[in-house]
Design a protein around this ligand. Sequence first.
Ligand SMILES: [Zn+2]
Length: 463
Amino acid sequence: MDFKQAIDYTNKFHILLRKINSEGTSLPGKYLRKFYPDFLSESQNYVTGQKFAITGTNGKTTTAGILAQILKEAQKTIIHNELGANMPNGIATAIAVGLYRNFKDNGEDASVDNFIIESDEAYLREIFENIIFDYLLVTNLFRDQLDRYGELDITKKKIQEGIRINPNLKLIINADDPSLYDIEKNIANDMIASRKKRKVYYFGFENVEFCDFDSKSNSPSEVIYCPICKNPLKYSKRFYSQLGLWSCDCRVKRPRPDVCAEVKVFRNYSILNVKFEGKSIMYKLNLSGLYNAYNALGAITCAYVAGIDRKIIARALDNYKPVFGRAQNTLINGREVALYLIKNPTGACEVLRGLKNIKNTKLMIAINDEYADGRDVSWLWDADFEVLKNFNNKIYVSGTRADDMALRLKYAGVNLGLLVIDNNIKKTFDFALKSMEEDEKLIVLPTYTALLKLNKIIKDKTR
Ligand SMILES: [Zn+2]
C-alpha cells in the first residue's frame, strides 16, 4: 500500500463511519497508523509553509479555529483537525482526510501551505516525534481532568518533553499564566547548555475591562505559588483564575509580552487593542468571554509571526464562526440554541459568569463521565454554579451523571422545583426544545461526549 492509497482508504472509511452516523474521528487514523506507520511523518512532505501546533488545558480548539480562519482569509490552504480530535489517531484521520480533499481540489501532488494541529498535552511528544513543527502555542495550564494525568506538573513535563525533542521549535506562550513561566525556563537552561537560544514570543493582556455585565470573577481563586521559589505570588491585576499581572519577591515575574493587548469584554463580543512592533490595532471579536479574548490573542500572535497582514486578520476575526460546542448558536425550528462545552472548573466558571442574571433563557446541563470527559466529576464542586442561585426558569439536567449535577445545583441554592432530571440526553433535549416559548433561548452546557451526542441530534434536526 502506498501513501496515496493509504489516504484513499482512510477517507473511504471515514465517509462510511459518518454515513452510519458514527463520529469516526479517530478509528480511521488508528488503522491508518497500524497499516502505514510512517503516515504522520510522511504527511509533512506535503506542507510547504509553517506548521503550528497548539496545546494547553483550555481554548485549544477555539485558538486553532481562529488561526485557521485567518490563514484561510489569507488564501492559504491548510490542514486542521477542526473537530477537536487531538490525540494521535484523530490527528492522523484529520490529516489523511485533509490531504485527500486537497489532492482532489488542487491536483494529485498538490501541497498545502500550513498545518494547524491542536494536540492533547499528554500526546504532544508522540506527535512531535513524527512531525517537525515550526511553532508551538501553549494557551494555559489549568487544573483539568486530574484523574487522567495526575498533577499539573506532570502535564507540564509532558509538554516539555515534546518541546525538547524539537530544538528548532519556536514557542508562543501566554505570559499572564505563571504556570507556563518555567516551561520556557527549563528548556532555556537546556538550550544554554547546547549554546542555542530558543525563540519565544509572549502574548498577554495589560488591562481587561468588563463593559455591560457583572465583572466579578467567580473562578476558583486559590493562592497561586511562584513556579520557582514556591512562595505565594503577588498580582497587580488578576483577570481570572491564575491569569494576570503577576510577580514574586524572588524577582521572578510575568515576562514582557511581545504582543500585548487591552480588551473590553461585552456580553456578546470583545474589542481588543493589540500592540505589536510599535503598531497598535483594534480588532472586534464576535465571541463572548475573556477566555475567548485570550484565544483570539494567541491566534493573532501566530498570525503576526506568520507575517499575515493586519487587515486580513481583522476580516477573519469578523467572519469567524465558532466550532461546534464552543459557543455556537444554532436555530432549531426557529428557536435559538447555544452550546458551551464545559470540562473543568476554570472553563465552567467563565461560561457561568456570562449566565448571571440572564433573561428569557432555559438551561440544560449534560454531564457524562466517559474517558474523554474525565471519569471523576468532583470538579463540579469547584465550578461556580452558585451564579444560578436566582435563576428562575427550567434547568434540564441530563447525562450519565445527572444526579451528581442535580445534587451540586441543590447545594448551589438553586430552587429544586426548576429542575427536570433525566439521564437520557436525547429525550431531555427534545423535551427542553418543546418547552421553549417563542422568545426564549436554550443554553446547553455539555461535557465532551455529551457534546458529541448533541452534535448528532442537532445535525439530524437541522438537515
Ligand atoms: Zn518566587
